[in-house]
Design a protein around this ligand. Structure first.
Ligand SMILES: NC(=O)c1ccc[n+]([C@@H]2O[C@H](COP(=O)([O-])OP(=O)(O)OC[C@H]3O[C@@H](n4cnc5c(N)ncnc54)[C@H](O)[C@@H]3O)[C@@H](O)[C@H]2O)c1
Length: 258
């Protein structure tokens, strides 16, 4: 399927790295004008320079209360409006439950949840019939892992947020959907994947037998952003090598006999 987004104006948060960078690349190849935002200025510049088509950018940190409004204001100034919002910025910060703090919880929720909510809220006045919002949640929204209680909370919230906002915007023909990626090879998972034991544990949990590529999430995001997904409203799609849907043998060493 040749997906075209010619002239559509897209905001991509978390665009300096990993999945966000791959989505920016894919939207640009499909003809969209891409507004990139991230807290990482150097990464943003590198990604912007690698894009096939026109782009603009702003360095914004979602720890700032007015970040969402600033992102949208800068995108509107650059392109005159917004048709697509991709909420991808996120952090995976973990701690065993006994070592969790309210401060860390607030930080994860502010970046992963409030960031996406406030960008969408600020973009709403510019969205119209045929516009699309895509939130990048996680398989951790349904399958939690140790130390990730706050992260899982934030990703579950993103799935519910997708449905909640879709309830209001669907009648206007504005489609709000989300993607739940499984383990994807990006800087977010770099240290875990570099440890052979953790790497094997992660791969063993994936029925497809490998971690995913950022481009595989970008393909789903580009589809959801396009008219090809014209009957998708409030959906949450798993792009995870089967991790959350298919039974897979337990990793060695996990049976009670061993
Ligand atoms: N990699 C995976 O296995 C995986 C799996 C499921 C979901 N996800 C989700 O996908 C999204 C992208 O992750 P990724 O794997 O590409 O990781 P990544 O670390 O490569 O990219 C995340 C980006 O978000 C930006 N960011 C973080 N905090 C920010 C803040 N306060 N303000 C502005 N920007 C900020 C980072 O600078 C970075 O560029 C995240 O929401 C993550 O939770 C990733």
């Amino acid at each position: 399927m040749d997906i075209r987004l010619d002239g559509r104006r897209a905001i991509v948060t978390g665009a300096a790295s990993g999945i966000g960078a791959a989505i920016a690349q894919s939207l640009s190849e499909s003809g969209a004008l891409v507004f990139l935002t991230d807290r990482n200025a150097a990464g943003l510049k590198t990604v912007a320079e690698s894009l096939a088509g026109p782009s603009a950018q702003a360095v914004v940190d979602f720890m700032d209360d007015d970040a969402g409004e600033r992102v949208v204001a800068a995108a509107v100034e650059a392109f005159g409006g917004v048709d697509i919002v991709i909420n991808c910025a996120g952090v995976l910060e973990t701690a065993p439950f006994g070592e969790m703090t309210a401060t860390l919880f607030d930080r994860i929720m502010k970046i992963n949840v409030r960031g996406a909510y406030t960008v969408t809220l600020a973009a709403f006045p510019y969205l119209s019939r045929g516009s699309a919002v895509v939130n990048i949640a996680s398989g951790n929204s349904v399958l939690a892992s140790p130390g990730g209680s706050a992260y899982a909370t934030s990703k579950g919230a993103l799935v519910s947020m997708t449905r909640g906002i879709a309830a209001d915007l669907s009648p206007m023909g504005i489609r709000v959907n989300c993607i739940c990626p499984g383990p994807i090879e990006t800087p977010l998972l770099e240290s875990a994947l570099a440890d052979p034991e953790i790497n094997a544990m992660i791969v063993n949990a994936v029925p497809a037998g490998r971690v995913g590529l950022a481009s595989e999430i970008a393909a789903a995001a580009t589809f959801l952003a396009s008219d090809a997904a014209s009957y998708m409203y409030g959906a949450s799609i798993n792009v995870d090598g089967g991790t959350t849907a298919v039974w897979s043998p337990a990793a060695p060493g996990t049976s009670p006999e061993e």
